[in-house]
Design a protein. Structure first.
Length: 301
């Protein structure tokens, strides 16, 4: 199997785990303070990743870390602090099954950041797709009742804003994975990001949260294993050989695993109008991926 094939394999596996993880973290954030959940999952994930580096004797050069310090810091705050914190707060207000679909907005945000920061051109067809895509997201959030804006819709907006931040991290993550590998950025992003959030999160913690037998802790630790340990590492590995927009676009397959998981474990469902919105989101995500694929093929021919 070629390196790029490995990258595509991990690029597919990561969103499947991510979608299941979204459902788990949404459940945990409703039972425990959301910033506390973001902090503890980050710290635990970072510890496990650092331990696995020593276990598998994966070496890293401190000079390389210093040379990539700017990208590491940007990645840390964009994804590990602000992205993780805002995402978890949003998930505490909305259903995990809806958040699965909102995460598929990422390819459009990646495209936008590449246009703003890297000067890549955006076609008119992309703008049309984005408009339809956003319409689908609104239908998914409101269920067709466009005059309603409550706690759930605020949570949806926060999840979408978090995806905007996660999309920005693709630029830094791609450079880091090629320079210093996948595990170091994953560990730094998760672990140090969680430590930064910890003192803030403790303001919202009650004594009940320390009951580690709580089902909220079970959901939280399960998320750590699925995403912080495996999913995030697979994401970085795929970025070594697969372009960022393609890795992001592959996230459209996530509902294949996440939706049945949300239904059977938590009984979460979507009404017909919301399902229509979700389908629009997925189809437009797939179309934007195909547009990029054609562009790449024309460049290589």
């Amino acid at each position: 199997m070629k390196p790029k094939d490995y990258g595509l394999f991990f690029g597919v596996l990561s969103p499947l785990l991510s979608s299941i993880g979204v459902v788990l973290i949404a459940a945990a954030a409703k039972l425990l303070p959301p910033l506390f959940v973001a902090s503890i999952t980050g710290i635990l994930g970072g510890i496990i990743l650092f331990f696995s580096m020593f276990l598998f004797k994966e070496k890293f050069n401190l000079l390389q870390l210093k040379g990539n310090s700017k990208d590491l810091l940007k990645m840390l705050f964009v994804r590990g602090v602000f992205g993780a914190g805002i995402m978890t707060i949003g998930l505490s207000m909305t259903d995990g099954i809806k958040a699965i679909f909102f995460s598929k907005m990422e390819p459009f945000f990646v495209l936008g950041w590449h246009w703003l920061l890297l000067g890549e051109k955006i076609r008119k067809s992309h703008i049309i797709l984005l408009t339809v895509h956003m319409t689908g997201a609104i239908i998914l959030s409101t269920g067709g009742n466009f005059l309603t804006f409550g706690r759930t819709q605020l949570g949806d907006l926060l999840v979408i804003f978090a995806m905007l931040l996660f999309a920005l991290s693709y630029i830094y993550g791609s450079r880091l994975s090629k320079s210093i590998g996948s595990r170091v950025p994953s560990a730094v992003t998760s672990g140090i990001g969680g430590l930064i959030l910890l003192p803030i999160s403790l303001f919202f913690v009650s004594s009940a949260v320390w009951n580690i037998a709580s089902i909220g802790w079970v959901y939280m630790i399960s998320f750590v294993i699925l995403w912080n340990v495996f999913g995030l590492t697979f994401w970085f590995i795929s970025l070594k050989t697969v372009k960022g927009w393609m890795v992001s676009a592959l996230r459209s397959i996530g509902p294949i695993a996440g939706v049945p998981f949300a239904y059977f474990l938590f009984g979460e469902t979507l009404n017909i109008i919301q399902m229509l919105g979700g389908i629009i989101v997925l189809i437009t995500s797939a179309l934007i991926a195909r547009e990029h694929l054609r562009k790449d093929n024309s460049k290589s021919s």
